[in-house]
Design a protein around this ligand. Structure first.
Ligand SMILES: [Zn+2]
Length: 491
């Protein structure tokens, strides 16, 4: 059956039927990380949320071009036009080139995403690789009269823009609110209005990341990159722009203003935002200093953690809430997720072992369509999970021989688990910790050496030598001892 997908659009504050501009193609742009530190739980949420969108749209048959950028320049501290560039600051503190900082943390970010089974996007453009496109965008806004230059910096003229268009339509703010909440900051004397934001900043002499432009040697304002790169890879109009709710203002509001000021209209059809992860009710964030990194979760090494949590537990924990609801971190909540996920994983194993009966004595219901209905209702993953738990109860009842299922129903359940649990929710069986793997590999070496002892006892020297030589070639040091053998890996 053709699925009717509803997506909540932050701009209209309502759900609307998803109609791509150029089906079967779908363009999706998601704001990626500023790579100056290890990814934390707050980073996992947008990555997993839009991974679900990417997986589901792909499953529905769309050809999705998913662009997730890497912010490696222009993101100043405090997210406003003040302070030091976040990456340049880290580079200065660690005496590295800014791009060394970027390379290091980007590699670690990719590793963490892979552990969470987040699929890589189609394109991962870097802001620093798209300075030309950003300069062009700034020039267009200047040419259209919605920006002005002062002392080598270029600022967006919010008041002028607001006369012709509406600044604040995404966040629901009006210009007075914005002006009343804008603090007196560095560089404010260069602005005509405190609500104006930087499109290009003239670099101070000590600023290391700088590029030539028609206005000064400097760097682009943070909001420019997404407008410029979204347009470059997805065109003047594309389907979905996503990110965390904390980006609605100012980042995405400024992106809309830049887009309208440069090309006359907004590029984006559906604005999607995931809610935040909180600790005791406050947002988790690096700039807030109350974050737990993903590596700390995987290793259980943060003082707030009572144990280690596997990547799949973290993924399941996040998917147990709808993406527009907040998720509050606690050990109890994570432990409950861990148990829930174990129950589901055990059920999939049992499911494979169940023998079909002539007839089913228990109904599996319309489980497939129920899962689709939940996904079609703005990606309602907690409801999908509750349907999988219902199926889990049926599987356990059948495994306990209190009911039976026919071959067709068993196949249907297997298909539903494989589609929704593995392909769409992206949950997979974890293969144990590294330690467990090493123990398993060690047992394989023991097994081989026992075969060698048997060969020696049977005076089958060819086999005995072959096992020893091949293990030696792989780097194993093998010794014959009084009671048999010992070995170690020289690597
Ligand atoms: Zn962005």
């Amino acid at each position: 059956m053709e699925q009717q997908l509803l997506i909540y659009n932050t701009l209209t504050r309502s759900k609307a039927l998803f109609k791509p501009l150029h089906a079967p193609h779908v363009g999706m742009y998601v704001c990626g990380p500023t790579v100056y530190g290890d990814a934390h739980l707050g980073h996992a949420r947008p990555a997993i949320t839009f991974d679900i969108v990417f997986r589901y749209l792909t499953h529905l048959g769309y050809k999705v071009r998913y662009v997730r950028n890497i912010t490696d320049v222009g993101h100043l501290e405090h997210d406003a036009d003040e302070g030091e560039d976040k990456i340049a600051k880290k580079a200065r503190l660690e005496q590295l080139e800014p791009m060394e900082v970027v390379q290091y943390y980007l590699g670690r970010y990719h590793k963490a995403m892979e552990a969470l089974n987040v699929l890589p996007p189609s394109i991962e453009p870097h802001a620093s690789g798209h300075i030309m496109e950003q300069i062009k965008l700034v020039q267009e806004i200047l040419d259209n009269g919605y920006a002005y230059e002062n002392q080598g910096s270029v600022y967006f003229d919010v008041a002028k823009y607001n006369q012709d268009h509406r600044y604040g339509k995404l966040s629901g703010r009006n210009l007075d609110d914005v002006m009343n909440t804008t603090r007196e900051l560095d560089g404010q004397h260069e602005k005509r209005n405190p609500a104006d934001f930087a499109l290009w900043k003239c670099a101070q002499p000590e600023h290391i990341m700088r590029w030539p432009s028609p206005w000064s040697d400097g760097f682009p304002g943070w909001h420019c990159e997404c407008t410029a790169m979204g347009r470059k890879y997805l065109g003047n109009h594309f389907d979905i722009h996503g990110g965390g709710m904390d980006l609605v203002f100012p980042h995405h509001e400024c992106e809309i203003a830049q887009s309208v000021a440069s090309q006359g209209d907004d590029m984006v059809h559906y604005w999607m935002h995931n809610n935040m992860i909180t600790i005791n009710g406050t947002k988790m964030g690096k700039s807030l200093g109350n974050f737990i990194t993903l590596d700390e979760f995987f290793g259980g090494t943060h003082p707030l953690l009572s144990q280690a949590y596997t990547p799949m537990t973290i993924r399941f924990f996040i998917l147990q809430a709808h993406y527009r609801s907040t998720v509050d971190f606690s050990n109890e909540a994570l432990q409950a997720s861990q148990k829930g996920l174990e129950r589901l994983m055990e059920a999939t194993v049992k499911l494979k072992e169940l023998q079909p009966a002539e007839v089913s004595t228990i109904s599996i219901g319309e489980i497939r369509q129920k899962c689709y209905d939940a996904m079609n209702d703005d990606f309602n993953t907690p409801i999908v999970i509750s349907h999988l738990f219902d199926a889990c109860r049926i599987i356990n009842t059948v495994a306990d021989k209190k009911a039976s299922l026919c071959a067709q129903d068993l196949d249907e359940l297997k298909g539903v688990f494989s589609l929704f649990m593995n392909d769409i929710l992206g949950l997979k069986q974890e293969t144990g910790s590294n330690d467990e793997r090493e123990v398993a590999f060690g047992k394989v070496v023991d097994m081989l050496l026992e075969q060698r002892m048997k060969a020696k006892a049977a005076k089958d020297w060819a086999t005995s030598d072959k096992i020893r030589d091949e293990l030696t070639a792989l780097g194993f040091e093998i010794k014959d001892t009084k009671d048999g053998f010992s070995w170690r890996l020289n690597k």
